[in-house]
Design a protein around this ligand. Structure first.
Ligand code: 5GP
Length: 111
């Protein structure tokens, strides 16, 4: 599968610092920030800093270091935002038109 990445997508612009974000956590490979239109009392987005369009692209082409960092950061975000000790949460990702993906840069929603 050949993946095509749009460098003008909104999360690429956030990563370049062209658009502000409310950061929850940042590591060398991963950025987590609050969703601008929260759908729940807690709604954060976790994104890799690398140029991956969706989950299957990230799984296929990211390095082991990026993949570990992404998941450890996502879990740390859950803990930081207080949902680990509570009644639970959703960690979901959308891919492509059938998955209703709006922003073509891989992201995990924590709700
Ligand atoms: P998708 O539908 O692609 O899975 O989710 C995209 C998410 O990005 C949506 O929940 C939307 O509210 C969020 N979003 C879109 N633009 C921005 C933005 O400029 N800043 C932030 N923080 N979130 C955004």
């Amino acid at each position: 599968m050949a993946y095509s990445y749009d460098t003008q997508n909104i999360f690429a612009r956030i990563l370049r610092g062209e658009i502000p974000n409310k950061t929850v956590l940042e590591t060398p490979h991963t950025l987590a920030f609050h969703d601008i239109y929260p759908q729940a009392p807690v709604h954060a987005l976790v994104i890799p800093k690398g140029a991956y369009v969706n989950f299957d692209h990230f799984a296929a082409e990211a390095s082991a270091e990026e993949i570990v960092d992404f998941h450890r950061t996502a879990a740390a975000v859950c803990a930081l935002l207080g949902v680990v000790e509570g009644d639970g949460y959703r960690a979901i990702t959308n891919a492509g038109p059938h998955g209703m993906q709006e922003v073509p840069h891989y992201h995990l929603h924590i709700l």
